[in-house]
Design a protein around this ligand. Structure first.
Ligand SMILES: [Zn+2]
Length: 263
């Protein structure tokens, strides 16, 4: 089958394709084994991704963009949510600082939804993060660069029911967008999954048409063995409607999950 090239420059496409190929083997292994078994085999990495915070920066809140690290994550640090809910989520999470980042897709969506110039997205992202940091009386840690600068590198969306997941600590695992389900409502989490799946399958900045029924976006739930409201089974069940909505929009997705039993 001939794969249609994502739109955009040839150079950008080659860069996207290179990342895709570099993840392909791990992704195939993950799909073949199923997430539960794969994660069991990767126990050392899982423990590293979930280990307790050792410094204040481990508890910084940031965007759920896969190029931004951390365990407390809201799309654009909550720029698409109400301020009251963002404050409540970050208080619950125990956020100790806030960072924004360059090229934030959520901030761009914010400008589109509010009739602003998309070129103002950088400023909107910073101002929003600064305002939330100010209201929470915690430091704003700045507007960070991300790598690569011009495109996304994930077709995994982690939906974390533990509040402890930080995949950037375990480089052997695939990078992924991050939904901090432990700190946000089910309906808001579904909205974020929708945003990230749309970004991941974006033809200009995501994997575009490289994503297919055979190699879909994989939504990985991390269940909490001790909190029934955030169990793997419950989170997978609540994600089914958004999975269907995405498939209706012709964005192929699969939903799977695991539960770190040592928690
Ligand atoms: Zn972002």
């Amino acid at each position: 089958m001939k794969i249609e090239k994502p739109q955009g420059s040839e150079k950008l496409y080659q860069s996207v394709r290179k990342v895709w190929e570099s993840q392909r083997e791990t992704y195939a292994h993950l799909r073949a084994l199923g997430v539960e078994k794969f994660m069991k085999e990767s126990d050392d990495m899982i423990r590293e991704a979930i280990r307790p915070d050792t410094k204040d920066e481990d508890a910084d809140a940031g965007c759920g963009d896969e190029r931004v690290g951390g365990r407390i994550r809201l799309a654009g640090v909550g720029i698409l949510w109400t301020e009251r809910e963002v404050i409540s989520a970050l208080t619950l999470a125990g956020a100790k600082g806030i960072k924004s980042h360059k090229g934030c897709g959520a901030a761009k969506i914010f400008t589109e939804q509010n009739g602003l110039n998309p070129a103002d997205a950088e400023q909107c992202a910073q101002e929003h993060a600064q305002k939330i940091a100010h209201n929470l009386n915690i430091p704003y840690r700045g507007h960070r660069n991300v790598t690569p600068e011009r495109h996304h590198i994930a077709h995994i969306v982690y939906v974390d029911g533990t509040g402890k997941w930080n995949v950037s600590r375990a480089p052997g695992l695939l990078p992924g967008f991050h939904v901090s389900r432990r700190f946000v409502s089910a309906s808001y989490a579904a909205k974020e999954v929708d945003i990230y799946a749309s970004i991941a399958s974006d033809k200009l900045h995501g994997f575009g048409t490289l994503i297919s029924e055979k190699e879909p976006i994989l939504i990985i739930v991390i269940g909490d063995p001790k909190a029934s409201a955030f169990s793997q089974r419950r989170l997978i069940a609540e994600l089914q409607p958004i999975g269907k909505r995405l498939r209706d929009k012709r964005i192929p997705v699969a939903i799977d999950g695991f539960t770190p039993q040592f928690l």
